[in-house]
Design a protein around this ligand. Structure first.
Ligand SMILES: [Zn+2]
Length: 82
């Protein structure tokens, strides 16, 4: 028997650690699978983070893991990409 290779479609990681660019506070957050999160308020300093230019959501800009649509479909697969 030839061992089966894992399927190409992987289960996206749904927890991303957001790092605030102002106070460097890191906070693990659950990502929504059906929508992009554009705004995130830092739990430490209260700064409202917004995506950087070219990024679809705060997780892509500040998180350790990009949002689920990006993980599955790659850059451009997100709902806001057009
Ligand atoms: Zn902060």
């Amino acid at each position: 028997m030839i061992p089966l290779t894992p399927p190409a479609t992987t289960t996206p990681e749904l927890t991303s650690v957001l790092t605030c660019p102002f106070c460097q506070h890191a906070q693990a957050e659950q990502m929504p699978t059906e929508a992009c999160q554009w705004f995130y308020e830092c739990t430490s300093c209260g700064t409202v983070l917004k995506p950087l230019a070219g990024d679809c959501c705060v997780f892509c800009s500040y998180g350790t893991v990009p949002c689920p649509p990006i993980q599955i479909q790659g850059r451009g697969g997100c709902c806001s990409a057009n």
